[in-house]
Design a protein around this ligand. Structure first.
Ligand code: 3PG
Length: 213
């Protein structure tokens, strides 16, 4: 179910936010750029507050990323996170989410980890770190073996390889930090963020990237 929602979304900006005051203009930039989903990584002190602010919007699905502990997962869900993403395959984290019907996307880098996710009943994992692991070729090889699994590759995704990943039928969406650069956030360059997102949406829709607007 969540997998099918992600297939419509196709692209999930991965955000490191240092100042919760940036949450409102960031949400606006993402939505006005044309996307409806975001992953807020729990790597900063203000991430949970920012997540809560953004999750209040009805036009934005906000998930928590870099979730390493059950305590983090609970805190994120309490603040409105719609889904949980983790860098690795933690059976206890996955079970916690499944018991509460919270969509969870664990990171998997090997066949063994994908098999663990499959045993838990999951139908989607994050292939992470995608480019460093061998990119589209590696993922295509794993996907051929795990035919009922779906993937959200993340790590090294860019406008240059996004469409190659999405061309794999089992890839429902890609995650990437290039859409919301941390230094752009720091410098409050929300217009640059909106423009970068709009370019990526255009790339998804037309297969062509326009760098000149
Ligand atoms: C992350 O969790 O930071 C993701 O791996 C993002 O990777 P990227 O910076 O290569 O997009």
């Amino acid at each position: 179910m969540f997998c099918e929602e992600l297939r419509k979304i196709r692209l999930v900006p991965v955000v490191v936010i240092e100042d919760a005051a940036q949450a409102t203009p960031l949400a606006e930039a993402i939505v006005s750029g044309g996307l409806s989903c975001v992953e807020i990584t729990l790597r900063t002190d203000e991430a949970l507050t920012a997540l809560g602010t953004m999750a209040a919007r009805l036009d934005l699905q906000v998930g928590a990323g870099t979730v390493l502990t059950l305590g983090q997962a609970k805190a994120a869900v309490d603040r409105g996170a719609r889904f949980i993403v983790s860098p690795g395959m933690s059976p206890s984290l996955v079970d916690w989410c499944l018991a509460r019907q919270i969509p969870v996307i664990p990171g998997c880098a090997t066949a063994t980890e994908i098999q663990l996710a499959l045993e838990r009943g999951l139908d989607i994992v994050k292939f992470f770190p995608a480019e460093q692991l061998g990119g589209v070729k590696m993922l295509a090889t794993l996907a051929a073996v795990f035919q009922n699994m779906h993937f959200m590759p993340t790590g090294g995704i860019s406008p240059g390889n996004l469409l190659d990943y999405l061309a794999l039928p089992q890839v429902v969406a890609c995650g990437g930090s290039w859409l919301v650069r941390t230094n752009w956030l720091r410098e409050k360059r929300f217009d640059d963020i909106r423009r970068e997102i709009a370019r990526a949406v255009e790339l998804l829709e037309t297969g062509v990237r326009n760098d000149h607007d």
